[in-house]
Design a protein around this ligand. Structure first.
Ligand SMILES: [Zn+2]
Length: 175
């Protein structure tokens, strides 16, 4: 999967926007006949040979007929290129959306878990702020905000490996 992504990135970098724009420009130019046959004998504005609407349109039609095979081919290739770009865009967009969706879901679940994790002191009530429930937090405030870690160990009656209380006395207030 990694190497596929690398290949996609490489290919995208290889596609030249300038070349695409050049093709679109050529297509636009070829759609409009840009010149009349030089051997037509018309002097390009003379009235003696009847440079009227009728002869103009037939000349344009001839020019268009001459252009059509080229521009049709170009148009067909451009359509295919456009379709390919569109397909690639849609595929990449789908890929991006699935990844975003899946990780957004994971983040949501993680957020919920964190919200519902229990208080670090009583291990029962849900933690509301900084890992403690409201009640234990209020008690800590009343005790004069002793060192948080010592306070937690004191209330939890944490013991070392020999079974001795690590913080046997209420830690001193800090305010
Ligand atoms: Zn608590």
């Amino acid at each position: 999967m990694n190497s596929s992504l690398e290949r996609i990135l490489n290919l995208v970098n290889k596609i030249s926007v300038e070349q695409l724009e050049e093709l679109v420009r050529r297509d636009a130019v070829s759609a409009v006949p840009d010149g009349f046959p030089t051997s037509s004998g018309f002097d390009g504005g003379g009235t003696s040979r009847g440079w009227g609407p009728e002869s103009t349109s037939s000349t344009v039609a001839a020019a268009m007929a001459r252009q059509r095979p080229v521009s049709d081919e170009l148009r067909k290739r451009l359509k295919k290129i456009e379709q390919n770009i569109h397909d690639a865009e849609r595929s990449l967009n789908d890929l991006h959306k699935s990844l975003k969706y899946m990780f957004a879901k994971e983040d949501d679940e993680r957020g919920r878990k964190e919200q519902s994790s229990p208080c670090a002191i009583c291990l029962v009530a849900p933690a509301k702020k900084a890992g403690w429930c409201d009640e234990d937090r209020a008690q800590w405030e009343d005790a004069g905000r002793p060192d948080r870690l010592l306070w937690t160990m004191y209330l939890r009656e944490d013991r070392n490996s020999e079974g001795i209380l690590m913080v046997p006395e209420c830690p001193p207030p800090t305010i």
